[in-house]
Design a protein around this ligand. Structure first.
Ligand code: GLN
Length: 489
């Protein structure tokens, strides 16, 4: 059995049944990383010693017959904006290049307690701002399906790591699509949970009212398993809701007979922005859902056209406020040889942040400045409410909404870097979900003629991840897109 290509649940079972030890598994993934990460550059930081120590603890518990967690011995990767105690957490920014957090994010603690083994921290767009991971201050992560192309972003390192079998699963964060878009472009699953489902404690903030942490996996069962571990109330995050947590694996194989899936007419797939391969994959997928018993219904999200503008006002406004803390005084990068305090602040920010982060701070500061606040920030908040209402209304008549994840498969390096607007439009199908707080999963649904993965999204009612997962599970049983792996070596 070639362990590195297996799912989380297969690996966990193998460890518990002593078919492989946690140490052997961890070593197999570390070897894989050594063999392919030179090509992919998924990781910013590797933590082999910590991983092996943890693996030995799991093995010793198993040999003594002690209870182990639901992810016992499974090697995973963490996006580099999740704080890890004693391990550098950079946000792929020069600003935090040497930042070593004194605590673990709640999701990191929960994964550890469940027995998962962290292999390291993955590359991302600086401060999670971007759609291609090209905004990283460090390396360019490459798409495992075609290394001349981007892996998507901002969780590009996490998606590439799972796709290239450099981790069995990973965590990402999604503010406007950053889990779902790279998952789609790398041929894996990515879930943005409902806002408030997963604690953000220890996630370095980009836009706090939009950010959510979620898993990137190779199948739906793994998604459910990881959600069981990372989800649920946390007193350390006041926006994390105190609702009962279902066992997400429980209803996976339930029938979806009669389930109503809405297709928003505004996203209609033959529309200009969506390329023909993506449209064809979506059309075939819709037929497949019908075969599984779902009813396809046309629905409407009339304010969709404003989503990109609203997002880029609100996300930048929140970011400009969140990033004010990086001033060189407390932690993070500090410029040298400055003549006074003001120059130290200014130079630290000037040298520590990259161009996209600065662009967003300027945009956000402008939208919040007095005189413009009502015209931009307040107006955007009002339209955000209308976008949310569109979903409330649509969900009166449908159980789920189906949409493309991205307009096209992975693009080439440099293709959109000179045109921020073109880059921002890659999020056209993902950002309404964050503005509304609802959950959405991107799942593999086909390949382009050139062999690049294509994803589709299932959008659900707030806190109804279960319906999304069981629907995706039915689709997964009938298709094999999730079983294909890129050939790398
Ligand atoms: N691409 C979007 C942006 O640049 C989304 C980023 C994200 O979800 N973190 O803002």
């Amino acid at each position: 059995m070639d362990f590195i290509h297996q799912t989380v649940h297969a690996l966990r079972d193998a460890v518990i049944q002593k078919k492989v030890s946690a140490r052997e598994l961890t070593e197999a993934f570390l070897r894989r990383i050594k063999a392919v990460d030179g090509k992919i550059a998924a990781y910013n930081t590797l933590t082999p010693e910590a991983a092996l120590t943890q693996a030995d603890q799991i093995d010793s518990a198993i040999s003594k017959g002690e209870p182990v967690g639901p992810l016992a011995g499974v090697p995973i990767a963490l996006k580099d904006n999740l704080c890890t105690h004693g391990i550098r957490t950079t946000c792929s920014s020069k600003m935090l290049e040497n930042f070593v957090p004194p605590y673990d994010a709640t999701v990191v603690t929960r994964l550890k307690n469940a027995g998962a083994i962290s292999l390291g921290k993955t590359n991302m767009d600086e401060f999670a701002m971007g759609s291609s991971t090209e905004n990283s201050a460090f390396e360019k992560t490459r798409n495992p399906w075609d290394t001349s192309r981007i892996p998507g972003g901002s969780s590009g390192g996490s998606a590439a790591a799972v796709s290239a079998s450099e981790a069995a699963a990973a965590l990402g964060s999604d503010t406007g699509g950053s889990i779902r878009q790279p998952a789609a472009l790398c041929g894996v699953y990515g879930l943005k949970p409902t806002y408030g489902r997963v604690s953000r404690y220890g996630l370095i903030a980009f836009a706090s009212s939009l950010d959510q942490i979620g898993p990137i996996t190779r199948d739906v069962t793994d998604m459910a398993l990881l959600m069981n571990v990372i989800g649920g109330h946390d007193p350390m995050d006041t926006t994390c809701v105190n609702l009962p947590m279902p066992d997400f694996t429980r209803n996976l194989s339930d029938s979806i007979n009669g389930l109503r899936i809405g297709i928003p007419k505004e996203y209609l797939i033959n529309d200009g922005g969506v390329d023909s391969d993506t449209a064809a994959a979506l059309t075939a997928a819709i037929l497949q859902f019908e075969k599984c018993g779902a009813k396809i219904i046309e629905t409407s999200l009339p304010h969709s056209e404003y989503a990109v503008s609203v997002y880029y006002l609100l996300a930048t406004a929140e970011a400009s406020s969140n990033l004010a803390r990086y001033d060189g005084a407390r932690y993070g990068y500090r410029a040298k040889n400055t003549k006074d305090l003001l120059e130290m602040y200014m130079k630290s920010r000037q040298e520590g942040f990259g161009p996209e982060v600065k662009r967003r701070i300027m945009l956000g500061t402008y939208a919040l400045s007095s005189g413009y606040y009502d015209a931009y920030y307040k107006k955007a908040q009002q339209v955000r409410t209308l976008i949310k209402k569109d979903f409330d209304e649509a969900f009166q008549n449908v159980d789920l909404i189906l949409a493309p994840t991205t307009p096209t498969p992975a693009f080439r390096f440099g293709e959109k870097t000179d045109d921020p607007m073109a880059m921002y439009l890659s999020d056209i199908f993902t950002i309404s979900v964050n503005l509304s707080g609802i959950p959405a999963l991107s799942l593999p649904c086909g390949f382009s003629k050139g062999g690049l993965p294509i994803g589709l999204q299932l959008l659900g009612k707030p806190f109804d991840e279960e319906t999304i997962l069981k629907t995706a599970y039915q689709f997964e049983q009938q298709t094999d897109f999730h079983e294909r792996r890129p050939t790398l070596v």
